[in-house]
Design a protein around this ligand. Structure first.
Ligand SMILES: Cc1cc2nc3c(=O)[nH]c(=O)nc-3n(C[C@H](O)[C@H](O)[C@H](O)COP(=O)(O)OP(=O)(O)OC[C@H]3O[C@@H](n4cnc5c(N)ncnc54)[C@H](O)[C@@H]3O)c2cc1C
Length: 544
């Protein structure tokens, strides 16, 4: 008889997710959880069934750019793949952006939205990219106070009606640099009042099929550097669907995110409107970056979760040396190490979602506002690195099958690899961490926050693990003091290790708090086991 290997399969991705369910049970009041439960069950079902099946079937399709029509007209039409077309409709109908703005459950609506995004993301091949920028554009326009643009665009960005739904792009990176955007060369010529025309080249513009974009350009006469740039709003196409003085030169040929149409553009007098002021564009676009960094973290934990859901399922099906992989101590030890990373990352990403929601609802205190500013870059850089490491190991856990494209597995690694690069690289965000600490010159508020997280601890093994957090943060604090007193290059050279240490220590602190709750309320010790495992994997990365 010929041997036939059973492939890994997915169930309802909400119902099967112990970590998500336990977290939501702790954070949401029971009646709110009952209210939002059906939306999560439905998204979990779609993600494990129709969307996942379409994702596998859509594997070889890619977005297509048609630059010219048959009669020689420049059209620069983008055709998205069937998966992305469906993803757009589902995203609108299920309120992937809207939920955070309808705010039916106050600040917790941001967490509800992130839970939906976490379920949706791994089955839609980075459709999270345009959604993140759409969410970020809505937040930025609302923060700008520009009533005309708010009334014009925001209702489209946050609607649940697919025919009305717009997505947004964020065009910052030029050939001169994505980190040092102050070097941007795009210029803005004023036509009248706040209406300008833009001239220049944008080097990475993802989700180019979007109806609007927020971008940076330098009004004529402005000084060089980031301060001289202004933030502009663009509607990308006219009423006939033709690009408005924008040429799409080509789509990037990328390692991953291949469903995302990422273009190189030339702006030839593109009509644009000032969003707020004629300077300080880099500062004014910050609300957008904070939101896309949150989405980056949610995507990182979502991709880790998908890889592990498949890997654990497969371990129960694959037989080697007389028993399933699930019965091999070493194989399961390997997967549980990855599970610990994913669980710790999950706690940090969703903690930042909670703080973001509180901030948006105007319910945040001074200390938590400082924590949000500090933890947004830290969360983004830490979870992105974990996603690359975990998805790489997930591929190995399938043996050769993990390296073969039509299993649908390699894309997990390729798509994860973008997470540390876009929305600020690891080094750039590590330096931003130093800026966030700023004048406080100390991480004392983070130490106090973790101490508060430990107030309800009584399991002695978790108390032991809590000491690992405190030791790592104390070490980070003393390193920071010494580095600040030394040459600036000492501080910069150690910034990545410092930021990752803060990230891992905060993840562990949050995981311990969740583990104690889960032991007390669910009689479940699995999060506690993950916390102990994570602590052993290394939290303090500071050398010297
Ligand atoms: C798939 C994809 C899609 C993208 N989509 C968009 C988009 O839609 N819109 C957009 O605006 N951009 C987009 N980007 C661009 C992305 O944001 C940039 O590539 C990124 O910010 C890095 O910029 P860069 O490529 O110019 O690298 P550089 O800025 O040249 O950086 C090169 C290296 O130098 C390091 N570095 C830079 N400065 C410092 C420093 N001071 N100290 C230490 N190290 C430093 C960086 O960490 C990096 O490792 C996309 C990128 C990719 C890969």
């Amino acid at each position: 008889m010929t041997f036939q290997q059973a492939p890994p399969t997915l169930g309802n991705q909400y119902e099967d997710d112990r970590v998500l369910r336990s977290y939501l049970a702790r954070v949401f009041p029971g009646e709110v959880l009952s209210e939002i439960g059906p939306s999560l069950i439905e998204m979990g079902r779609l993600a494990g069934a129709e969307l996942y099946q379409l994702q596998l079937a859509d594997r070889l399709n890619e977005p297509k750019l048609t630059q010219w029509d048959a009669w020689g007209n420049r059209v620069d039409r983008i055709e998205l793949t069937p998966l992305w077309q469906l993803a757009e409709r589902i995203a609108a109908e299920h309120g992937l952006v809207a939920t955070a703005y309808e705010r039916k459950h106050g600040s917790l609506s941001r967490v509800h939205q992130c839970a939906l995004a976490y379920l949706f993301t791994p089955s839609t091949d980075i459709y999270s990219c345009p959604l993140a920028m759409t969410d970020g554009a809505a937040r930025t326009l609302l923060a700008s106070g520009n009533q005309k643009l708010i009334e014009r665009a925001v209702p489209h960005l946050i609607t649940r009606e697919p025919s009305e739904f717009w997505t947004a792009g964020q065009w910052m990176t030029e050939l001169t640099g994505g980190s040092d955007v102050g070097l941007s060369e795009t210029t803005a010529k004023q036509e009248r009042d706040s209406e300008f025309r833009l001239y220049g080249r944008k080097w990475f513009t993802s989700a180019i099929a979007s109806q609007i974009a927020l971008t940076l350009a330098r009004p004529e006469g402005n000084p060089p550097g980031g301060r001289g740039l202004a933030l502009f709003y663009i509607e990308t196409r006219d009423e006939h669907g033709r690009p408005r003085n924008i040429e799409i030169n080509r789509l990037k040929d990328k390692l991953g995110t291949r469903k995302v149409p990422t273009a190189e553009l030339t702006l030839n007098g593109t009509p644009a409107q000032l969003v707020m002021g004629t300077t300080d564009g880099v500062r004014n676009i910050t609300p957008l970056l904070n939101i896309t960094r949150l989405w980056n973290g949610i995507s990182a934990v979502a991709l880790m979760r998908r890889g592990l859901a498949l890997a654990f399922d497969y371990a129960g099906k694959r037989v080697a040396f007389g028993s399933t992989l699930a019965e091999k101590a070493l194989h399961m030890d390997t997967l549980l190490g990855l599970q610990a990373e994913a669980e710790a990352a999950f706690q940090l990403a969703f903690y930042v979602a909670e703080l973001t929601g509180q901030n948006e609802a105007g319910e945040i205190g001074e200390d938590d506002a400082w924590l949000l500013r500090l933890l947004t870059p830290i969360m983004k850089l830490t979870t992105a690195k974990q996603a690359v490491a975990v998805t790489s190991e997930v591929l190995e856990s399938f043996g050769g099958a993990g390296y073969v494209e039509d299993t649908g597995l390699p894309v997990l690694l390729r798509d994860s690899q973008v997470l540390p690069i876009w929305e600020g690289t690891t080094n750039v965000l590590a330096l931003d961490t130093l800026r966030a600490i700023g004048t406080t010159e100390s991480i004392a508020p983070l130490l106090s926050a973790t101490t508060r997280l430990f107030e309800s601890l009584h399991d002695p093994t978790l108390l032991d693990v809590a000491r690992v957090v405190t030791a790592a943060l104390n070490h980070a604090e003393s390193w920071l003091r010494e580095a600040q007193a030394a040459d600036r290059s000492v501080l910069e050279a150690g910034a990545r290790r410092f930021a990752l240490t803060l990230g891992r220590a905060t993840e562990l602190a949050l995981l311990i708090r969740q583990a104690q709750w889960s032991e007390d309320h669910e009689q479940d010790k699995r999060s506690g086991a993950s916390a102990r495992r994570f602590a052993q994997a290394g939290v303090d990365l500071i050398t010297g």
